[in-house]
Design a binder for this molecule. Sequence first.
Ligand code: FES
Length: 145
Amino acid sequence: MAGRLFAAQIAGGPRPAWTDLYAPRRLPSAREAGQLVKFQAAVAKHFVGDRLRTSHVDLVNDISPSSGAVVRLQGKWWAAYRDEMGHASALSACCTHLGCLVQFNDAEQLWECPCHGSRFATDGSVLHGPATRPLESREVPGAKD
Ligand code: FES
């Protein structure tokens, strides 16, 4: 289909009717536009709402072993993790794709972004895009603002 579409666009002239469905400049249908608006509203809700929600822990030391939490410390959002041995590590909680705050997935022991689905290992490395850069590593903070 792609070959036929490109050939039709290059050659010009009459095209099969179905090529309009795949035209890069086509306007979305009302149904598609509604879904797009709904999706973007959910992203905006996470981008703003997750920053307004208070953390369920106040200090990195409050995080249980094999768990993670987003903590607001020193005016920044931290993705803090404590491994099964109790060793704490910290990353920036801002997703490197477009800046939503990541959330910890306890079942899979990884950070994931609710906005577009990027996933990061506990060391911040990218497991799944659209993000392509790792979460920024940080020193473990000792005290809350
Ligand atoms: S902002 Fe995180 S995946 Fe898009």
